[in-house]
Write a protein that binds this ligand. Structure first.
Ligand code: FES
Length: 107
């Protein structure tokens, strides 16, 4: 821990267009690389708590789809873009330092 920040994984674990799951304490996060910028969402669809990381991530749009019923989320904000999810997925602040991806608890 450093100022509330916790190291998750090397940036090399999350290549452009890929998603990666890492644990922040006991919270699973899905980390994505969107054009070289990293974003982290709680790995939980707000429809029925399914893992978002099981679904496809579209690097052209920055959207991740829940594979269970097709809800769509913006990886940058967590915003729910398509039913049946209406609540945003929880975004976590991300920073990159020394080739590592760090996250902290959202404000
Ligand atoms: S659990 Fe994700 S759309 Fe239903």
């Amino acid at each position: 821990m450093s100022g509330g920040w916790t190291v998750l994984c090397p940036t090399s674990d999350v290549l452009p267009g890929e998603s990666h799951v890492a644990w922040f304490g006991d919270v699973p996060l899905v980390i994505v690389n969107f054009d070289g910028i990293f974003y982290a969402l709680e790995d939980r669809c707000t429809h029925e708590d399914f893992e978002l990381s099981a679904g496809p991530y579209d690097q052209a749009t920055g959207q991740i789809e829940c594979v269970l019923h097709g809800a769509l989320f913006d990886v940058r904000s967590g915003e729910a873009l398509r039913a049946p999810a209406y609540e945003p997925a929880r975004p976590y602040p991300v920073k990159v330092e020394d080739g590592m991806i760090w996250v902290r608890e959202p404000d």
